[in-house]
Design a binder for this molecule. Structure first.
Ligand code: SF4
Length: 333
């Protein structure tokens, strides 16, 4: 494999193949070749967006011990971090969303744990929608859904969803990989755009697994793809597996960009960091309320970034930030 040939292929707008992705993922993260891959991914992301990144912002309607038991999530019942459910009121949810809108988030996300009552989610969503400007993009981050529920999400005023087939889905989570995929199809069938990501990456994941998931995300024609590392939740079994470095995550963010077709404008990383931003990431998230990577009930008092702090990190990488509606959630399906 010649890295410069692959960079040349990317320069012609051709997404890389599975063996090529595996080859790039196998390079040492601190090698000159990996830095060249990051530079190419950065170039592509900037070319596609006119050097304007996006900041999306997520609020959570609840936190609860979740029976889906995704081992990497602080809400997983098995992790025992949260023993009681707490829900925010429609007024609190609306206040968070309005603050994000005022801060200039390019899209506002509403998250729930998997078993949050769907009717209540719709009710609060409609309330949030009524209180936001019509042009504000609203995105749902909820559990697996039928086509009929996906249509209700669309009718409640959502433009899209965040939904991912996670690494080792069904092994490190209690969810069915097949259902995750079916839900993605249901969302798209209902007219919702789907943002996704290669996540949550840990040191145990092989280059082959990463390449397969990169290609899966490319296959669904997402609003954006990207890569995010697993944040170890203290005291949990999975935290013993450790974490990949920011540099390794940046490498995977860059390789993910080179595996996507050019119709996919967005390339996310989480948590926001300058190494990701110079390796082709053009989407970060601000967060408020509960956060599956945090043990604080209000992540704004913990790990969560604000819209402004995300902008500052982008600025440190030489990125400008898009003002207005998300362009990633404007692609035709
Ligand atoms: S990731 Fe979602 S579905 Fe899985 S345990 Fe956490 S809240 Fe539940």
């Amino acid at each position: 494999m010649n890295v410069h040939d692959l960079i040349g292929k990317s320069g012609k707008g051709i997404p890389l193949s599975r063996p090529e992705l595996i080859g790039l993922l196998s390079l040492a993260p601190d090698s000159p070749e990996t830095y060249a891959v990051m530079a190419e991914a950065n170039r592509v992301s900037k070319e596609l967006t006119g050097n304007k990144a996006e900041v999306h912002a997520q609020l959570a309607l609840n936190l609860a011990p979740c029976p889906a038991d995704c081992r990497f999530c602080s809400f997983a019942r098995v992790n025992g971090v949260f023993r009681e459910e707490t829900r925010i009121t429609p007024e609190q949810a609306t206040a968070y969303a309005k603050q994000f809108e005022k801060d200039g988030a390019n899209a506002v996300y509403v998250m729930t744990t998997a078993r949050y009552p769907f009717g209540l989610f719709l009710e609060i969503s409609r309330e949030i929608r009524r209180n936001l400007k019509p042009e504000t993009v609203l995105i749902a981050n909820v559990g697996d859904q039928s086509l009929s529920n996906a249509r209700k999400i669309k009718d409640a005023g959502y433009t899209g969803v965040y939904h991912a087939l996670r690494l080792r889905e069904g092994v490190d989570s209690g969810l069915s990989p097949q259902k995750r995929k079916e839900s993605i199809l249901n969302f798209q069938e209902a007219g919702l755009l789907v943002g996704t990501c290669v996540e949550p990456i840990g040191p145990e994941h092989t280059n082959e697994e990463l390449a397969d998931l990169i290609l899966f995300t490319a296959s669904i024609n997402p609003a954006y793809s990207g890569a995010a590392r697993r944040i170890p939740i203290p005291g949990t079994e999975i935290s013993g597996r450790g974490a990949v470095t920011e540099l390794r995550m940046a490498q995977i963010v860059a390789v993910t960009r080179l595996g996507m077709p050019r119709t996919v404008l967005g390339n996310c990383t989480h948590e926001p960091c300058t190494l990701g931003g110079i390796a082709g990431a053009n989407l970060y998230w601000a967060e408020a309320g509960a956060n599956p990577r945090d043990v604080r009930e209000k992540t704004e008092e913990g790990r969560g970034e604000t819209v402004q702090s995300c902008r500052t990190i982008f600025s440190e990488c030489g990125w400008d930030v898009w003002r207005g509606r998300s362009r990633y959630f404007a692609n035709p399906i």
